[in-house]
Design a binder for this molecule. Structure first.
Ligand code: SIN
Ligand code: CO
Length: 410
């Protein structure tokens, strides 16, 4: 049985080669990773999180617990700045979703998770908890890496075979009626707890603390089917229908016979659901759009191609919009780059380079080749890349700096 706890000081962030982690733990069993990020210093402060929770576009919640009455209260943001100084000294948590889209330093942490496909990662949620603060014992449907960023949090988990999963009816939050922990740890800065889906857990702040949850996306089978069928249906030719030129006089006019059912299957097959190219193309578009709560909208990207290329040759960089999600795929009919639900035909090398480049400098751009450069300029025009004139983040005066002032782009 692989151990449930490891010290990663010598091999951060997992304490083992990624292949071993994926084989033994990923989607299978929890792992407490001490020193996953040795000497970790949180890139944001609780005040930054509170500031973000006041933004219209940010998804934020406050969960408070009245211990005496075991009463839970959930409030959703945006919150007013003047609400925070008056908050109690204990037993509440502020949670903000998608902090990686708002803060470049938080987003940079995702590079440490490149042992997973990037399109599997949903967001980094950050929580601030006052001492005693918690969101109660619960289960999540998705894998999560809970990185302790500041202060200490006590995590209890139930790693037993078949934990009890009945929920309390008296609370708005999906809290477990019974929780019997099998493990109990206090995590400090840099420690990280990996939980596969379905493991009951309960995290209580020992002192005021920040926790980063790197959460995964995993569409349900029903979502996948629904979206795929919608896509096929939207593209289908109306002339493709149930047909029966071979019809013979029915034995019983009310009966749906075997021949009729075969024809129904034939009509469904006309949609070419099994065609790997259509399936691949749909999945690339679906997964780069799935669960995205922000949108990329073209802004003031008014520079001409010649100007952009001149700027890139003179130290400017193209920086990807935080809500822009990319993936690529080698298909039977050529490679495709997928960008927020769109498919772009591109040679495999260029597609891979663009998909992996959050930032492109002049050399990166030059190495893309003609098709890659055409594609990047189009992505710049449509808002997926933004020109940054120098390393300090000066944007050359076109007025749009995404980080850290405005992560929304909406
Ligand atoms: C938290 O950060 O308080 C909750 C995270 C979780 O349990 O998934
Ligand atoms: Co959870």
């Amino acid at each position: 049985m692989p151990p449930v706890e490891i010290d990663a000081s010598a091999l951060p962030p997992l304490g083992m080669p990624p292949a071993d982690f994926l084989r033994d733990y990923w989607q299978k069993r929890p792992l407490l990773i001490r020193n996953a990020f040795p000497g970790f210093v949180s890139p944001i402060e609780p005040e930054d999180l509170a500031g973000l929770a006041c933004e219209e576009m940010a998804l934020s919640r406050i969960v408070s617990h009245d211990r005496d009455r075991d009463h839970w209260r959930l409030r959703t943001g945006p919150f007013r700045e003047d609400e925070f100084p008056g908050m109690p000294h204990q037993d509440w948590t502020l949670l903000v979703q998608d902090v990686d889209k708002w803060d470049a330093d938080v987003a940079a942490l995702l590079d440490c998770f490149d042992f997973l496909p990037r399109w599997r990662i949903d967001d980094i949620m950050v929580s601030f908890a006052a001492p005693g603060g918690s969101v109660g014992a619960h289960v999540d449907q998705y894998d999560v890496f809970l990185l302790q960023a500041q202060g200490r949090r006590r995590w209890q988990i139930d790693a037993s075979e078949s934990p009890s999963l009945t929920f309390r009816r008296d609370v708005e939050l999906k809290l477990l009626q019974r929780f019997s922990p099998t493990h109990d740890w206090v995590l400090g800065p840099g420690d990280m707890l990996y939980l596969p889906p379905g493991v009951p857990h309960h995290g209580v702040a020992e002192d005021a603390c920040l926790t980063f949850s790197v959460g995964m996306r995993a569409p349900s089978a029903a979502e996948l089917l629904g979206d795929f069928v919608d896509t096929l249906a939207a593209e289908a030719d109306e002339a493709l229908r149930y047909r029966d030129p071979d019809l013979e006089p029915p034995r019983d006019p009310a009966e749906i016979d075997v021949a009729a059912m075969n024809r129904a299957v034939e009509a469904l097959n006309m949609l070419r659901m099994n065609d790997p190219e259509r399936l691949g193309d749909w999945f690339g578009r679906f997964i780069t759009l799935y669960r995205s709560s922000g949108e990329v909208i073209a802004g003031e990207n008014g520079r001409s191609r010649i100007e952009i290329e001149w700027d890139l040759q003179h130290g400017a960089r193209l920086v990807r919009h935080p809500w822009s999600r990319m993936a690529w795929r080698k298909g039977g009919r050529g490679s495709r780059l997928y960008v927020n639900g769109h498919a772009i035909a591109l040679p495999a090398r260029a597609a891979a380079r663009v998909a992996n480049s959050r930032v492109l400098d002049g050399d990166d751009y030059a190495a893309l080749g003609q098709a890659g450069q055409d594609c990047v300029f189009e992505l710049y025009r449509t808002g997926h890349y933004h020109l940054q004139m120098d390393a300090d983040g000066d944007d050359g005066g076109n007025g749009a700096t995404w980080w850290p002032e405005d992560g929304s782009g909406q």
